[in-house]
Design a protein around this ligand. Structure first.
Ligand code: IPM
Ligand code: MG
Length: 366
């Protein structure tokens, strides 16, 4: 197959991890007889430096012309980078929100799976880890607080800021549909997260999700309040199969879910619309503190590339090959610094590598 893949390196560790993911994709292309071409697209701080905007209309058009887009990360140090002196709608993050909206990427899939080899990197107690966990978060990505009306103004002499959490039933329904479709291919359980004891938007969320559930009688649906969910994720993560959340709750809970995998650097993500198009990126950030040092963990980006093959290009065997190669590299003891065990004894059993060393180890096991 021939495919054109958009490539957004972005900022911070983005270029380093995208380079490894592209090397892995190239190795897969060679092994399975495909031709992948890349279209470099500017987004985030690097786009601000080059064009004055975090995402230009040309960049959106470029992304639309691709079969799928692979992305690293955007943003810099919010305290020191000049990007954060700009008005909020000109900062790096605005580019990411704009591309999500422009491409209608309303469903964000964030799988959290405990690699057996990373048990020692998991911050949970042994008895909680048990046999591990394997869940996928479906985060609504183009609505809610992120896109509602916001303003900061003086009201009767008092500075006041407003953010609006708005959802219509159609936005909720399409996200819920995705969650149930995914659950049908997994363990047929959806946990829908809300704050229905307080928020109107959550009460509508609960009602619409329950309606969608009627179309999927094989899938069991449970509603859970978001504060309880945050607690359950560290108390018993194995109870979850598909976790369906609105935008902001999903942002918060997905960092928590990534951390219990052992590191923010291991959780991939896919942002999808109604077509096969998607934007694939690691869930973690640009980590400006370690950028350029060649030590960032590329696994989340490499597994995001596997998701790209699976969801946008329908190449399941190729996606499996990447995921298995990642597991083998971990099983053979390769670890980036974020995944290093803490005890000296455990350290002796693993091999610390940098970003490209991990890429090499994965490519060698394809
Ligand atoms: C994420 C990130 C983004 C978000 C930021 C960078 C705007 O934290 O993808 O989770 O909040 O959605
Ligand atoms: Mg986040």
């Amino acid at each position: 197959m021939e495919a054109k893949i958009g490539s957004i390196s972005g900022d911070g560790i983005g270029p380093e991890v995208v380079r490894e993911a592209r090397r892995v994709l190239d190795a897969v292309a060679e092994k399975f007889g495909h031709t992948f071409t890349y279209e470099d697209i500017l987004m985030g701080g690097c786009s601000i430096d080059a064009t004055g905007l975090p995402l230009t209309d040309e960049a959106i058009a470029q992304a639309k012309s691709c079969d799928a887009v692979l992305m690293g990360s955007i943003g810099g140090n919010t305290k020191t980078s000049p990007w954060y002196q700009l008005p909020p709608d000109r900062r790096p993050e605005a580019g990411l929100l704009k591309i999500r909206k422009a491409l209608n990427l309303f469903a964000n899939l964030r799988p959290a799976y405990l690699y057996p080899e990373l048990r020692d990197a998991c911050p949970l107690r042994e008895d909680i880890i048990g046999d591990g966990f394997d869940l996928v978060m479906v985060r609504e990505l183009t609505g809610g607080l992120y896109f509602g009306h916001r303003e900061t103004k003086e009201v009767d002499g008092v500075m006041t800021a407003i953010d609006t959490l708005k959802y219509d039933e159609n936005e909720i329904r399409r996200a819920a549909e995705k969650a149930f479709q995914i659950a049908m291919k997994r363990n047929k359980k959806v946990t829908s997260v809300d704050k229905a004891n307080v928020l109107d938007s959550s009460r509508l969320w609960r009602k619409v999700v329950s309606e969608v559930a009627e179309k999927y009688p094989e899938v069991s649906l449970e509603h859970m309040l978001v504060d309880n969910c945050a607690m359950q994720l560290v108390r018993n993560p194995a109870q979850f199969d598909v976790l369906l959340t609105e935008n902001m709750f999903g942002d918060i809970l997905s960092d928590e879910a990534a951390m219990i995998m052992g590191s923010l650097g291991t959780m991939p993500s896919a942002s999808l619309n109604e077509t096969s198009f998607g934007l694939y990126e690691p869930s973690g950030g640009s980590a400006p503190d370690i950028a350029g040092q060649g030590i960032a963990d590329p696994i989340a980006t490499i597994v995001s590339a596997a998701m790209l093959l699976r969801y946008s290009l329908n190449l399941d065997a190729e996606a499996d090959a990447i995921e298995n190669a990642v597991k083998k590299a971990l099983a053979d003891g390769y670890r980036t610094i974020d995944l290093m065990p803490s005890s000296e004894e455990d350290k002796a059993n693993v091999k610390q590598v940098g970003t490209s060393g991990m890429g090499d180890a994965i490519i060698a096991r394809l």
